[in-house]
Structure formats: structure tokens, C-alpha cells
Write a protein that binds this ligand. Structure first.
Ligand code: GDP
Length: 599
């Protein structure tokens, strides 16, 4: 520890940079975080609060101690007070670090599993980082699992690489190159940090193992280095309070608590504050400030200074939206103006809703940040949003969902059973997931299914009909003939007869269906011999389609598909239906594939 301290020379004008960890499930985000925080995970209990505060300060002394050996060759002077890491990894917490269109995250760690490469959430994370212009480094994790790797616990990566055989080094480089190529496709020019000449343009790759600790010293040194070199303006302390709510909880016996990130300025016990809720601005007082280094004392601390993570206990703050700003009301503050500002912020965050979208899905997310991220994705995926909610859905939310698309997308929230039942009763489909792209996928699937159902009702569904000559009742205007239907035919279905090399012949729509032995009309038929009335089209000259002249018993009759890409049919074939139905549909699709191509 002492040895490390020779590299520390604090610059009191700088604050700790905020660092957030992102990446795909199982890439090792939590493990990397644990490595970075090591012993700093808050121990102890204050006022019944056992959960950790949403942000942990890793002090520069600790970083210095852990980077002694690697820093011997760099001789880099550490000036920042530490690194403030956000304790929940993932892009939801990143999204909550929002502030008027930009992000409070100073530097992010994107964790990529070297063996899996870029995955869905890796790409989601990259898009998020790019859209907020957040600088990031890439922890290329799980190097210890490269075949034949000899681990050197907690060693700087280069020292680790030195002890590997040539084959292992090659294998490692092959894997890293593959990831670099994948990153390039996402417009990320990543370069191993030890070769990186332009950190501004090229995100650095740090090979790591969260299990053996290899490469962690490199990561721990790189973060302060990049912050001091490239972010010094950003991390220069400011007096004005800049504070963001990360999490809101209601705890038994404590009341409502807010986990906040105080970036700049200071907060004092007793400060009057203004918070943002979905119903507007709320004014309250800070009763208690708990800080992770001081969790043992239930009364907390008197004052905190940025940058730091803390838990505040405040009355009436339970409706606060995570991802919004906390404002201190000083003697000179114009409360009316501030209230307007707070409410305007909420409006901007959710503004694209009011841009006249009629109908659409109802979207419900756990926090403003995650809602915003979700809305961004839905927008990019062209999924219209009709209404929104934050937090667990209530009756009103279900009612809102029964308009428009009759669909609720729930992200990271819980819906109670009675509400679920209520939704079902009003025909609302609930799609819940805690991965954004799953929601989008599920929604698309739902739409395809619904579209299919819609087509069934309009009569467009796979069938092949063959005319039974012995049952030709009427040849024209309307045509009434006996047909054997293979598949499913409904009244209203448009019919065509394929013609090789020419335009297909529209022969009209199904006007009525009945069995040979019964006059009772049917609305649909499946795999049966029936009598069908065909209402043929007439052109301007009054010319119409006549059986025997325009088509004969040798022709087969198909439904006229509205769109050449009858995706709904395909989707239904792939996703729904019994085994028999699938086989049956597949047979018809073969024909349609041919038909569609011709059209
Ligand atoms: P997260 O979902 O991204 O937070 O991933 P976790 O940190 O929970 O890790 C997922 C799994 O991968 C766990 O079983 C970890 O023990 C394992 N893991 C994480 N990092 C490494 C690593 O560097 N090497 C190896 N061998 N396993 C790792």
C-alpha cells in the first residue's frame, strides 16, 4: 500500500470520474465489478439498511496499491480522488445516469467475452454508448479460458502473456482479432491498449480475467489515466450541485430512500430539495444522509461532497423517478421557476409521445432512464408507442393499454395477478422481459400472429381447390360449382387461377359456401367437397369470367395473396400450429413460394 502511494499526488480540483459497466449477460460484468471494488463493498448495516448503495467509491490509494507493479514501468501520477463505480451493471443503470440529453457516465467499461464475441446486448450497449458519446474501454474478458492458458493471478496482462506458449499466444490473438473485426462492423476501431496511439479515436481493449485477476491492474490504471488525460475538463469540480437519483426504494421502518449520485457540489442534512415524479415536482427535506464508508451509523453524515454515491432518507419521495435530477432549494432559489424546469425536463424525456401517435403499445419501465432507453429502441424499431408508465403497472395503465395495439410491454417491472387477469379480460397481451431486444422480438412475433389471424378472417389462407366437373351448377354470373378444398377457405376469399408465363386470372371472390347435401350456408370450410358460389369480376365492357371458357376443371384454384411476401403465413407456419398443421402449411407454402415468385 505504502509503495503504491508514491504514485499518488491528489489534485483537489478534480473529482472522481463516474464509471459504469455494460455488456452482454454472462460476459462477466458483475465479476469485473467485484474485482474493481474488491474490499470496498460496503459492510455493515445502518438503520436496517442492508442493501448496498448504488455507487461505490474506489479510492485512489486502493487503486495505487493494486497497480504498483504495472505502474513501475509507466510511472504515472494518480491525481483523481478515486473512481466512482455504479454498482449495478447493464445499460439500464447507464441510462439512468441521464442528464439533459447526455450522460453522467464519464467512462464506461464494455465487457466482452473473448470466446463469444459481440452479442445482442453488447451491440445494444455500443449503440447506447455511441448515442451518448460516452468514452469507453473494452474489457476483453475470460482470457484465462483460452486453450492452454497459464494463469498468473492478479498480474498485469503483459506479464501474463509472457509465460504463455507460442500456440496459446496465437490462439489468444486470433480470438482478439475476431472480436476487433466484429467491433469494426459497429464503427468501433478498437485497439489493444498497449498498442493504442490514439485513445480519443480508438477505444482501448484490455484483456482481462475476472476470475484470475489478470489484466485487472491494467484496467485499474487505464481508467484514471484516460480520465486525467482526456477528461480533465469534465472532471474538474464545480460548486453548483449536480445530483441524480439512481434508485428509489421504500423500506420498512425507514420510509422512502433515494440512492443518489452527487457529481458536483455538496448536500447537507436538512437541505430542502425538489424532486421529479411522474405527477410533477415534489418538495421535501433530506432527513438522513448515508454514505457507504459510514453505513454503520444510522444517523449518517452531516454533509457529503461530490463526486460520491449516497443514500438519502426523505419523506414523501417514494414517487421520485429514478433517472431524474435532484435540486437543492437554497435561499435564493426561485421555486416557481425551478418547478417549471423540473416539469419541463420530464416532458422532454417523454416528449415524442405527445407527437400525435394515435394508438400503439403501452410501455411500462422501472425508471425514467430505462423507459427512455426502451422508447429509443422502440422508435428505432418502428414500434409505435401509445402510452407510458413508470414503475409497477396499476389499473389505469391496464386501461390505457386496452386502446391502440392492446399490448403492454413491461420492462423490469412486476404486474400483479389480478391486473394480469384484468388485462386478459380486456384482450390486452402482456409482454414482459428484462432484456429490451426480447421485448421487441416478442412484440414483432405478436404482430405477425395477429396479422395472420387477421388474414384468416379476410379469407386469405392457404388452400388449393379443384373443380369437380360433375357438380358444375352454373357457369357464369355467378359461377356455382362443386369444389374439393384442400386447406381452409372462407367466404370472401379472393380466387386466382395461375397461368404460366402470363398474368394470373382473377376469377372472383367466394360468395357463399354450402355442403352438397344441405342448403345451410357455411362461412368457412376445411378439407371438404363443397358447393361454392364465385362472384366473378366484371370489366367496363361487362365482360366476365365464365367457367368452361376462361378456366376449366383442369385448373387449380388458389387464394390470391395480397402481398407477395405473405410473411404472416410463414410466421404462423414457423411459430404456431400443431405438428400436422405445420406440415400441412409447409406443403401449401411450397406452392405459394412458387406462386409468389411468379407474381
Ligand atoms: P454478468 O452476467 O455479465 O454479470 O456475468 P457474471 O460476472 O455473472 O459472470 C458470468 C459467469 O462467467 C460466472 O459464472 C463467472 O464466474 C464467469 N466469469 C466471469 N468472468 C470470468 C473470467 O474472466 N473467466 C472465467 N473463466 N469465468 C468468468
Amino acid at each position: 500500500r505504502k509503495e503504491g502511494n508514491t504514485y499518488v499526488k491528489l489534485d483537489s480540483s478534480l473529482r472522481s470520474p463516474v464509471c459504469c459497466v455494460l455488456g452482454h449477460v454472462d460476459a462477466g460484468k458483475t465479476s469485473i465489478l467485484d474485482r474493481i471494488r474488491r474490499s470496498r463493498v460496503a459492510a455493515g448495516e445502518a438503520g436496517g439498511i442492508t442493501q448496498q448503495i448504488a455507487a461505490t467509491l474506489v479510492s485512489i490509494e486502493d487503486i495505487a496499491a493494486e497497480t504498483v507493479s504495472i505502474n513501475r514501468s509507466h510511472n504515472f501520477t494518480l491525481k483523481i480522488p478515486g473512481i466512482l463505480v455504479i454498482d449495478t451493471p447493464g445499460h439500464e443503470s447507464f441510462s439512468n445516469l441521464r442528464t439533459r440529453g447526455s450522460t453522467l457516465c464519464d467512462v464506461a467499461i464494455l465487457v466482452v467475452d473473448i470466446h463469444s464475441g459481440l452479442q445482442m446486448q453488447t451491440i445494444e450497449s455500443i449503440k447506447l454508448l455511441q448515442s451518448k458519446r460516452a468514452p469507453f474501454v473494452i474489457a476483453l474478458n475470460k482470457v484465462d479460458r483460452v486453450y492452454g492458458w497459464k494463469s498468473v493471478t492478479n498480474s498485469p496482462f503483459k506479464d501474463s502473456l509472457k509465460v504463455q506458449t507460442e500456440e496459446v499466444v496465437q490462439e489468444f490473438e486470433k480470438k482478439m482479432e475476431a472480436v476487433i473485426a466484429e467491433l469494426a462492423m459497429q464503427q468501433v476501431n478498437a485497439v489493444p491498449y498497449y498498442k493504442n496511439k490514439d485513445f480519443r479515436k480508438c477505444p482501448a481493449i484490455v484483456p482481462t480475467s475476472a476470475v484470475t485477476g489478470e489484466g485487472i491492474p491494467d484496467l485499474l490504471l487505464l481508467l484514471p489515466l484516460l480520465s486525467q488525460k482526456f477528461l480533465s475538463d469534465r472532471i474538474t469540480k464545480r460548486d453548483a450541485v449536480e445530483c441524480n437519483v439512481l434508485e428509489v426504494k421504500v423500506q420498512d421502518g425507514v420510509g422512502s430512500t433515494l440512492d443518489v449520485l452527487l457529481l458536483n457540489g455538496s448536500l447537507n442534512r436538512g437541505d430542502k430539495i425538489m424532486l421529479c415524479t411522474l405527477n410533477g415536482a415534489v418538495t421535501t427535506k433530506i432527513q438522513t444522509i448515508l454514505e457507504s464508508s459510514n453505513m454503520k451509523s444510522a444517523s449518517g453524515v452531516q454533509r457529503i461532497e461530490g463526486a460520491i454515491g449516497a443514500r438519502l432518507i426523505c419523506k414523501g419521495a417514494e414517487k421520485t423517478l429514478a433517472g431524474t435530477e435532484l435540486h437543492v432549494i437554497g435561499p435564493k432559489t426561485n421555486e416557481v421557476e425551478l418547478k417549471k424546469k423540473v416539469e419541463a425536463e420530464l416532458e422532454t424525456a417523454t416528449s415524442y409521445l405527445s407527437s400525435g401517435s394515435n394508438g400503439g403499445v403501452h410501455v411500462q419501465a422501472s425508471s425514467l432512464g430505462s423507459l427512455e432507453a426502451l422508447l429509443d429502441f422502440l422508435k428505432a424499431s418502428d414500434i409505435p408507442v401509445g402510452s407510458i408508465g413508470i414503475g409497477d403497472p396499476n389499473k389505469k395503465d391496464v386501461m390505457k393499454s386496452s386502446n391502440g395495439y392492446k399490448c403492454m410491454l413491461l420492462f423490469d417491472v412486476h404486474i400483479s395477478n389480478p391486473l394480469r387477469k384484468m388485462a386478459e379480460d380486456s384482450g390486452v397481451t402482456i409482454i414482459a422481459a428484462d432484456v429490451i431486444y426480447h421485448l421487441c422480438d416478442e412484440f414483432r412475433r405478436l404482430m405477425r400472429t395477429r396479422q395472420m389471424t387477421g388474414e384468416v378472417q379476410r379469407g386469405i389462407y392457404p388452400f388449393i381447390a379443384t373443380v369437380m366437373e360433375e357438380y358444375v351448377m352454373k357457369k357464369a354470373d355467378p359461377i356455382i360449382i362443386g369444389m374439393h378444398v384442400e386447406g381452409y377457405l372462407r367466404v370472401g376469399a379472393p380466387l386466382v387461377v395461375p397461368r404460366q408465363g402470363q398474368a394470373w386470372l382473377d376469377i372472383g371472390t367466394v360468395g357463399a359456401i354450402r355442403r352438397l347435401d344441405s342448403p345451410a350456408p357455411m362461412t368457412s370450410v376445411q378439407d371438404e367437397l363443397v358447393l361454392i358460389k364465385i362472384v366473378p369480376p366484371k370489366d367496363k365492357t361487362g365482360r366476365t369470367v365464365i367457367f368452361g371458357r376462361d378456366f376449366t376443371a383442369l385448373d387449380q384454384i388458389y387464394p390470391k395473396l395480397k402481398s407477395p411476401n405473405d410473411i404472416a403465413t410463414k410466421a404462423r407456419m414457423q411459430n404456431l400450429g400443431t405438428k400436422e398443421e405445420k406440415a400441412w402449411l409447409r406443403k401449401f407454402m411450397k406452392v405459394y413460394g412458387f406462386l409468389v415468385k411468379e407474381e
